[in-house]
Design a protein around this ligand. Structure first.
Ligand code: AMP
Length: 549
C-alpha cells in the first residue's frame, strides 16, 4: 500500500525558494580586501540567480543537462551560479583551481564544458590553456582582474554584470525530477584519469538536511559561517545549500585565503563558525600567535579533508574555538562522519579522544569494514579494514562522459554496490570511525591530493631514471608531502635538482617533492607492484638516505 503523503521532489530549486523568501534578509558577505566587503542578501541573490539563468539560457543557449563550469573563488557570484545552473535544469561543474594544466584541460573536455564562469583574478591561469579547451565557447568574467589577458582568445568573452543586467528578476523554474543531475565535481585520479562524481537534486537536499542537524554542523540563523573550504571542493562541504535552508549567513573570503586577511575578516565580520582543512588552521594559528586578534566570535570550527592533528585541536580549544572533526570524500557529498562526542563522554577524560576520531556515522550513511579477504569485520574498535559506505548522498558510479557510459570500477564499488572508500580504519561499537591508514597512495598536502602515480610517471619519463616511487610522508606544515625515491639507470649521474627542474615542467609547483632518496631498487609486492608500505616503513625507520631540497 502506498502512503497518503504528497510526492514533492527534493530539489535545489526548493532550497533556493526557501532561502530567498523565509530567510531573504540573511547575507552573503564577500571579502574584497579594500575594507568594504560586498554584502548581498539571500533575496538579492535570488533575483540575480534568476537573471543569470535567463542570460545562460537566452544569450548563451544553455540547455537542460548541459554542464556549466565555474572557475571561481568563494564569493556571492559563485553562490548565484550554485543555484542558477541546477535550478534551470543544467549541471554545475565546479573546476578545481589548483589542478595541473593537463588534468584541468582533460576534465573540461570530458565534461564538454561550453560555458565557463570565471573570476577576473583567475584569468591568468585559464588564458594560456584555452587552445587546449576546444569545447569552451563562452567565458563569463566577474570581479576584478586584467581583462587584457583574454585579448585574441577564441571563446567569446562576456562581463557577468553586463550579461545579467536588465534580465527579469524572476524565472519560471522547471519542475525537475529529484534524481536528475544538479552538480558535479571530479576527484583527482590516483591511477588514470580523474573521475566525475555527479550529485542529484535529491542527494544535495538530503545532505543539506544532515549538515544542518545539531549532531552535524547544527548552525542556525544566529550564525555567520566563514566558508574557507573552496566552493570547488565538494560543494564547499554543502554549506551554500545548507545555509539557504536555515538562514545562516556566509562570509566568503574570495581570493584572500592567506592567514593575515583571514584573521582580519574574523576580527571585523565576527563569524561564529568556520570550515576548512587543517593546513588553513595551522596557518591561522601561527598568525594569531604572532599577532593576537580578537577572534572571540569564532566558537565553532569544522575541520575535515585530512586528519586533524591533536595539537591543533588543543591550541584551538585554548583560544575558545571548539574544533569539530569530520571525515568525507568527494564521493560522499562529503559528509560521512562527524566527531561530536556522545553525551556520556562529555566532561569526562574520554571526550577529547572521541573528538579526535574521524567521527560518528549519521543516519543516512551506512558503513562496514572489509578485511583483506573481503570478509566484513566487527565494529569492535580493533579490527581494521577498508571502509565501505552506502547511502542517498553517496556515489554509486562515476560520470563516463557525454556518451552516457556509466563507470563502476571494481576497485571503487563492491559487487553489491557499496562505495569502497580506500580508507582503512576501525569502527567502535558505538559507530565512531578512526582511520588508521589509507589504501590509496595519493598524497594529501594541505587538503589537496597529489597523485603519486603522476609524479612517478613524470619522473620515469626522464632518460636517466630507471624507476621511481613516490610516497606520502608526514609533514608538520602540510600534513603530508611527497618523498621521491629514485632508481637511476646504470652510469647515470643526474642529481636531484635536475630531476626537480624536470618535474617542474610537468606538474604544478606545489606538488614538487622536497624530499629525495636514491634507492637500489623499488621494493615490490608479490604481483610486482611497487610496495609503498615498505618504503614508508623504511622512511619512518630512518633507513633511507634522504636529501632535502
Ligand atoms: P577528497 O575526495 O579530495 O575530499 O578526499 C577524500 C579523502 O580525504 C578521504 O578518502 C580520506 O582519505 C581523506 N580525509 C578526508 N577527511 C579526513 C579526515 N578527517 N581524516 C583523515 N583523512 C581524511
Amino acid at each position: 500500500m502506498l502512503s497518503t503523503m504528497q510526492d514533492v521532489p527534493l530539489t535545489v530549486t526548493r532550497i533556493l525558494h526557501h532561502g530567498t523568501t523565509v530567510h531573504g534578509d540573511a547575507q552573503v558577505v564577500t571579502w574584497t580586501g579594500d575594507g568594504a566587503p560586498q554584502r548581498r542578501s539571500f533575496r538579492d541573490i535570488g533575483a540575480r540567480t534568476a537573471q543569470l539563468a535567463h542570460a545562460l539560457r537566452e544569450d548563451l543557449g544553455v540547455q537542460e543537462d548541459e554542464r556549466v563550469a565555474t572557475f571561481m573563488w568563494n564569493n556571492a557570484e559563485h553562490v548565484e551560479a550554485y543555484f542558477a545552473v541546477p535550478c534551470m535544469g543544467a549541471v554545475l561543474h565546479t573546476l578545481n583551481l589548483r589542478l595541473p594544466a593537463d588534468q584541468l584541460t582533460w576534465i573540461v573536455g570530458h565534461a564538454a564544458d561550453r560555458v565557463v564562469l570565471i573570476n577576473g583574478s583567475l584569468l591568468g591561469l585559464i588564458a594560456p590553456l584555452l587552445d587546449r579547451m576546444p569545447t569552451v565557447e563562452h567565458l563569463v568574467v566577474s570581479g576584478p582582474g586584467d581583462r587584457s589577458l583574454l585579448e585574441g582568445v577564441r571563446p567569446r568573452v562576456h562581463e557577468y554584470e553586463d550579461l545579467i543586467a536588465g534580465k527579469p528578476t524572476g524565472y519560471d523554474w522547471p519542475d525537475l525530477d529529484e534524481r536528475r543531475a544538479a552538480a558535479m565535481c571530479y576527484t583527482s585520479g590516483t591511477t588514470g584519469e580523474p573521475k566525475g562524481v555527479v550529485y542529484s537534486h535529491r542527494s544535495i537536499y538530503l545532505h543539506s538536511m544532515q549538515v544542518n542537524m545539531a549532531q552535524s554542523m547544527g548552525l542556525t540563523d544566529a550564525d555567520l559561517s566563514l566558508v574557507v573550504v573552496p566552493q570547488f571542493h565538494v560543494n564547499a562541504w554543502g554549506l551554500p545549500h545548507a545555509t539557504f535552508m536555515t538562514g545562516v549567513g556566509m562570509l566568503m573570503p574570495d581570493r584572500f585565503l592567506q592567514p593575515a586577511p583571514l584573521a582580519e575578516m574574523i576580527e571585523s565580520e565576527r563569524p561564529t563558525h568556520a570550515a576548512a582543512v587543517p593546513t588553513i588552521w595551522q596557518g591561522l594559528l601561527a598568525e594569531l600567535t604572532a599577532k593576537p586578534r580578537d577572534v572571540s566570535s569564532l566558537t565553532q570550527v569544522t575541520i575535515g579533508g585530512a586528519a586533524c592533528p591533536p595539537s591543533l585541536m588543543e591550541a584551538f580549544d585554548t583560544l575558545g574555538m571548539r574544533v569539530c572533526h569530520a571525515w568525507g570524500m568527494t564521493e560522499t557529498s562529503p559528509l560521512g562522519t562527524v566527531a561530536r562526542p556522545p553525551a556520556h563522554a562529555i566532561g569526562t577524560d574520554e571526550e577529547f579522544a572521541y573528538r579526535l576520531t574521524q567521527g560518528r556515522f549519521p543516519a543516512g550513511v551506512e558503513a562496514r569494514l572489509a578485511g583483506p579477504d573481503g570478509a566484513h569485520l566487527p565494529w569492535d574498535g580493533k579490527s581494521a579494514g577498508e571502509l565501505e559506505v552506502r547511502g542517498p548522498w553517496i556515489a554509486g558510479s562515476y560520470f563516463g562522459g557525454v556518451d552516457g557510459e556509466v563507470l563502476k570500477p571494481e576497485d571503487k564499488f563492491s559487487p553489491d554496490s557499496w562505495l569502497r572508500t580506500g580508507d582503512v580504519g576501525v569502527i567502535s561499537a558505538d559507530g565512531f570511525l578512526t582511520l588508521t591508514d589509507r589504501a590509496k597512495d595519493v598524497i594529501k598536502s594541505g587538503g589537496e591530493w597529489i597523485s603519486s602515480v603522476e609524479l612517478e610517471n613524470a619522473l620515469m619519463s626522464h632518460p636517466d631514471v630507471a624507476e621511481a616511487a613516490v610516497v606520502a610522508v608526514p609533514d608538520d606544515k602540510w600534513g603530508e608531502r611527497p618523498l621521491a625515491t629514485v632508481v637511476l639507470k646504470e652510469d647515470a649521474t643526474v642529481d636531484y635538482a635536475v630531476l626537480r627542474d624536470f618535474l617542474a615542467t610537468r606538474v604544478a609547483k606545489w606538488q614538487l617533492p622536497e624530499r629525495w632518496a636514491l634507492v637500489p631498487a623499488v621494493p615490490k609486492t608479490s604481483v610486482g607492484k611497487f610496495d609503498k608500505k615498505v618504503l614508508r616503513r623504511q622512511y619512518a625507520a630512518g633507513e633511507l638516505d634522504v636529501t632535502q631540497l
